[in-house]
Design a protein around this ligand. Structure first.
Ligand code: HEM
Length: 153
């Protein structure tokens, strides 16, 4: 193992650079994430179920929303540190969403990756992260105990 550099023991900046380099090798960078976010929300907006939910909430603020989501994905996928926000609180106050809407969201996300991702590894890399975050948002919204037991009220 001499000569290899262990991510776990790297200094934060080196670790950040290593995560970015690893993502870059499978084709994920800011330019791709920008294409991906635009394509995904274009799909969302044409979806009969999710389109109206997003449009009602976002109204004429789609430009800022897309910019925020590009920073979010750069932070998730590249460890860019460009997003700060409270996604759980934002989603908890959305009205009219049911748990199955997350399945639809994830299906549209996968279709977007299948259409646009530069490599199969990039599909997996982003899909795994999307599923993990969707799961924690869904838990926060619908299972307030966080124990896997549906909340009674
Ligand atoms: C059915 C599923 C979902 C619905 C209906 C939904 C809806 C929304 C809406 C309407 C907003 C904009 C709120 C506003 O600016 O007024 C938003 C923001 C956001 N969503 Fe979702 N979302 C869903 C799932 C997800 C998932 C799975 C992720 C992550 C993988 C995600 C990440 C975010 C983030 C990061 C923001 C920005 C929060 C902020 O900093 O303001 N959402 N979502």
């Amino acid at each position: 193992m001499t000569g290899t550099f262990n991510v776990v023991h790297a200094y934060p900046e080196q670790k950040r650079a290593q995560i970015r380099a690893a993502a870059n090798i499978i084709g994920i960078d800011e330019a791709y994430l920008s294409v991906m976010v635009d394509a995904f929300y274009s799909r969302i907006r044409s979806d009969a179920r999710l389109g109206p939910i997003f449009d009602a909430e976002i109204g004429d603020r789609w430009g800022p929303h897309l910019d925020r989501m590009k920073r979010f994905w750069a932070s998730v996928a590249l460890n860019a540190g460009t997003y700060s926000g409270k996604p759980v609180a934002v989603h908890q106050r959305l009205a009219g969403i049911v748990a199955e809407d997350f399945d639809r969201w994830l299906a549209l996300f996968r279709e977007t990756l299948d259409d646009t991702a530069p490599t199969p590894e990039a599909v997996n890399y982003l899909m795994i992260r999307a599923e993990r975050i969707a799961q924690s948002l869904r838990m926060a919204m619908f299972e307030r105990t966080g124990s896997g037991v549906p909340s009674l009220g």
